[in-house]
Write a protein that binds this ligand. Structure first.
Ligand code: UDP
Ligand code: MN
Length: 297
């Protein structure tokens, strides 16, 4: 890592984006204290990223869970927009986890893109559906998904792509800044604070608040992440505890202990209800309206 004398910003060379233009966005934080890039629109060259990824002949996995009414409500739009915007030009394999494989929409897929459907049991509580994902992903990463993909992104289904989401986002481990919290002071971030919980962070701990609706990385890194969260959730359950934000609390604990290699700006997973903001130039993925009364029991 060198230093750019003009902007006093570190020069970061990234596997996928070549030299990152971190000084192109002086109004936002573009580098973490441990030297990981925070990717904002304008800090990377999507063509370089594309070229690097093609040279490496990658297969990229995209996992999504659609259980209960989330399937009818969100899955078709999620997949249609992923076809338009997610890793276009790369080899992609979607993994859809559902209790009703027959109800998964059969979209025409672009060249080099495949969809696999995996059956899961339907948990009764939505919190359990959300948390059980960690164990299911861990098993999938240890099986076929792990053998066929080099990098995997794990996403919530209640969102849709709205802009190019390409290989500039790839790294060994990737965390997403939460749209609601990226500009909050650390002491207000909604980490789990009960010291009995495996997800607990002590006062003063925590770097950023990451959103569990999107995380990714290499298969090996994601195996470690999912194992950690699965174990923490199991420990909490044995004590009759449930972390404040479920799997997200455990994910935040994991990324505190094992810093992500790349951080995505809130442009990569934006909440349109927050309105227009000068620093949010081109959202790549948008939260669908939260209609909990329709999808949750
Ligand atoms: N999910 C699901 N069915 C459920 C509950 C959750 O398929 O009954 C999956 C779905 O992919 C969803 C994710 O788990 O996007 C996380 O749940 P949710 O989006 O409701 O949590 P939030 O984003 O509101 O924290
Ligand atoms: Mn969600």
């Amino acid at each position: 890592m060198g230093t750019c004398p003009l902007a006093r910003m570190p020069l970061l060379r990234d596997n996928f984006t070549g030299l990152l233009h971190l000084w192109a966005r002086p109004e936002v934080l573009t580098c973490t204290s441990w030297g990981a890039p925070i990717i904002w629109d304008g800090t990377f060259d999507p063509d370089v990223a594309q070229q690097e990824a093609i040279q490496q002949n990658l297969t990229i996995g995209l996992t999504v869970f659609a259980v209960g009414r989330y399937l009818e409500k969100y899955l078709a739009r999620f997949l249609e927009t992923a076809e338009q915007y997610f890793m276009v030009g790369q080899r992609v394999v979607y993994y859809v986890f559902t209790e009703r494989p027959a109800a998964v929409p059969r979209l025409p897929l672009g060249p080099g893109r495949q969809l696999r459907v995996e059956r899961v049991l339907r948990e009764r509580r939505w919190q359990d559906v959300s948390m059980e994902r960690m164990g299911t992903l861990h098993a999938a990463l240890g099986g076929r998904l792990g053998r066929e993909a080099h990098f995997v992104f794990c996403l919530d289904v209640d969102q849709y792509f709205s802009g190019a989401f390409g290989p500039e986002t790839l790294a060994d481990s990737v965390a997403q800044l939460h749209a609601w919290h990226y500009h909050w002071p650390r002491r207000l971030l909604p980490y789990e604070s009960d010291p009995r919980s495996a997800a607990a962070l002590a006062p003063g701990e925590g770097d950023f608040y990451y959103h569990a609706a999107l995380f990714g990385g290499s298969v090996a890194a994601l195996r470690r992440l999912t194992a950690h969260c699965m174990r923490g959730q199991r420990q909490d359950r044995a004590l009759g505890l449930e972390a404040r934000w479920h799997d997200e609390s455990h994910l935040n604990k994991f990324f505190w202990l094992h810093k992500p290699a790349k951080v995505l700006s809130p442009e990569f997973c934006w909440c349109p209800e927050l309105g227009q903001r000068a620093e949010i130039r081109r959202p790549r993925l948008l939260w669908a309206p939260k209609e909990y009364t329709l999808v949750r029991d």
